[in-house]
Structures are given as C-alpha cells and as structure tokens.
Design a protein around this ligand. Structure first.
Ligand code: F6R
Length: 366
C-alpha cells in the first residue's frame, strides 16, 4: 500500500503533483477565465462584504493559513488575520457577523479547531472549512467549504495536505478577486494559467530528492537548524522547521530572514546549518544580504533558489533549484525540498518517519 515507497511520507510527498491537480480539478477553469468554488459562490455577499477574514487552524494547517494571509490580502485586499485555534478560543476574541472565519484542518477532527469554529458560529460569523477528510466533524460543523481532495494522508507529518490547502486557499482568493475586481483581467488570467502549470513544476522539483539526500548526509549530525524566508515564503520556513523537528527530533526554528539580525544571528557559527529560501521573487536582494551575514559568521548555507540563479550559488554551500513561477505560487514549489530534507534526515538518523514519537495523526483533545 506504500506503492513501492519506503515510507508513507515519501509516497505522499511524491503524490503532490496529483494531489494539487485533484484539488483544483473542476474548480480552476482557465479556458473560461474563471474559478468555480460553490461554497464561496453560495456565500458571495458575505465574503465580499466581510470586514476581515479570520483563519483558524493548528500546526501545519496554521502555516497554510499564514501563506494564505499573504495571498488573500494581496489578491483581494480583504484584511486577513491568522490565529492558532487554541489561542482564539480562549482569549475571548472579537468576532461579529461581519467576519468570515476560515477553518483549515487535514483530519477535520482537531479539537482546538472545532472549538474555535463553534465559538465563531455562536458569534454569528460565516465559517468556511478547508478539510481533507470527507464527512469529518469540521466538514460537518462549517457552513460551507471545500475539500482538498489530497487523498488519505497516513504519515503523521503533514505534506500533501499542506500544499493542497494552499491550492484551495489560492482558488478562494482568485474567486474573490475576480468577483471584487481587485485584479486586472491579465493578472487574473496569468495566475490561473500558472497555477495550472504548478503540478508539472512540482514533478520537476521532486527530481532533486537524491541530491537532497546527499545534502542531508552532511548535516544529519546537526543539533540545531535555522530556516529563513521572506514574505509568502516566511511561513514556508516555519513549516520546514516544524517538519524537521517532528520527524528527526533536531531542534529547528523558522524565522523571517530579516528578523535574524534581531536575535537568532547570535546562534550562528560553523556548526549551524541555515536553510534559506532565496528565490528571485519578493526582495531577493535583501535575502542575498541576509545570506552574506550568515556566511561571514561561518554558518553553513543550504539555499533554495530559482533555476539559473548565479548570485546565491556563489555564496551558499549547497543550492537546490526550483523552477520559476509567479511570486504568490512559489510556496507550492519551495515547500517540496524542505519536506524532502526533513524526510532524508530522519531516515538517515533511523527515526520512525511515519509515526514520530509523541505525535498522533489527529489531536482530539483541547
Ligand atoms: C504537522 C502536523 C500537525 C497538524 C496539526 C493540525 O505535520 O501534522 O501539526 O498539522 O495537528 O491537524 P489538522 O490539519 O488535522 O487539523
């Protein structure tokens, strides 16, 4: 049932081109220049008149929410807040019927997220769910929503659920942008066509798996790792760090690259691997100077770069290339090497990749 793969996690990482295609099938309609999301369409006025969108989720799903915050705000100009479901529930949050709450959950059974949904409903907000498991509690509790259609995710570390959640939320953003007129026709069509090309670009990224395995060999002894990214790739850095922590038990932290100088730079020495998302979008030059700062403190640099990059290649100890795409779609590509890196590290260390200690696939206690 692992389809020839050694672990479910690896199988699920490699399923992502199909999973993303399944997530947008019937919804992404480039020829018609439109997006078809029933749950959005049926509640259109509430979405378009929303004062703000509040996203609630936990763990990896929360990271997908953070990625969506950048995308939804940029494409629709609707303010977005992202909260840990557990914090939202217990801090007496301000919610009104003018808010739209989006709950993201792979399992659809996360107790904290479910509790946040119930509270939002009591306060009169429209609650839209993004779930993978069909018929799950969260899918049933929400007013409307979209399934990710990623297929069963068995590995405890979430992979294809994350990229399909981002796909769905990008579709929601595009749908709203079209209705709102917040994008030009050209911008809209460019995004729609490029999203359609993402699965084949993911196929291309997956080919670096063996090269990443080699890189992992040089760092499997590390006790700490730093993950850096800017803009829409900052949450990808957080997700990269979470994956490494979960399955390899190596301590890792994700940071916005520019925040490094406000503290974490003190950690950098020749024993500190730093994984930097340094693609040619979103303040590339600034990221390059962040890399310079790490290099001058002898940190080891593993950089995720755009195919054909020459500047970062000169500075980094290792580079992993991803194909070029539009800025708002880059997380769907930059995430993949980070998943593979944590996977190969954990395997090299002999850890139980699919069932890491102390973790469960769905967390049904608050
Ligand atoms: C990370 C992971 C967890 C879950 C979190 C939320 O790999 O699996 O952090 O993302 O427990 O779970 P769902 O999405 O099922 O609500």
């Amino acid at each position: 049932e692992k389809g020839g793969y050694e672990h479910f996690m690896l199988k699920e990482i490699f399923e992502q081109p199909n999973a993303i295609t399944n997530a947008f099938r019937g919804r992404l309609l480039p020829a018609l220049e439109m997006i078809k999301m029933e749950g959005v369409q049926n509640n259109l006025s509430q979405f378009l008149e929303a004062k703000r969108i509040i996203i609630v989720a936990c763990g990896t799903s929360w990271h997908a929410g953070l990625v969506a915050e950048y995308i939804i705000e940029e494409l629709t100009r609707i303010p977005v807040e992202v909260e840990y479901a557990s914090e939202f529930k217990y801090r007496n949050p301000i919610i009104t019927p003018k808010d739209v709450v989006i709950a993201i959950s792979q399992s659809g059974e996360t107790a904290d997220t479910l509790a946040a949904i119930k509270l939002a409903k009591e306060q009169g907000a429209l609650v839209y769910g993004v779930c993978n498991v069909v018929g799950s509690s969260i899918a049933r509790e929400t007013h409307a929503g979209a399934y990710t259609h990623a297929g069963p995710e068995i590995g405890v570390a979430s992979t294809k659920a994350f990229t399909t959640q981002i796909t769905i939320l990008t579709l929601v953003a595009l749908h709203l942008a079209k209705e709102k007129g917040s994008l030009t026709k050209t911008e809209f069509n460019e995004l729609v066509h490029e999203l359609e090309r993402i699965p084949e670009k993911v196929v291309e990224v997956l080919q670096v798996s063996d090269a990443i395995k080699e890189i992992a060999q040089s760092y499997a002894h590390a006790t700490n790792c730093l993950f850096l990214g800017r803009g829409v790739n900052f949450p990808v850095a957080l997700e990269g760090a979470l994956k490494l922590k979960e399955i390899s038990y190596i301590h890792a932290e994700g940071y916005p690259a520019a925040e490094m100088k406000h503290g974490p730079i003190a950690l950098i020495d020749e024993n500190m691997p730093v994984i930097v998302i340094a693609i040619n979008k979103g303040h590339y030059e600034k990221t390059v100077s962040n890399i310079q700062e790490i290099k001058s403190r002898k940190g080891k640099i593993i950089a995720i770069v755009t195919k054909g990059d020459v500047v970062v290649k000169e500075m980094a100890d290792h580079v992993i290339e991803v194909p070029e795409t539009l800025e708002w779609l880059t997380p769907l590509l930059t995430t993949i090497p980070l998943q593979l890196l944590s996977y190969h590290m954990a395997v090299l260390l002999g850890k139980n990749v699919d069932q890491p200690r102390n973790l469960a696939k769905s967390v049904t206690v608050e």
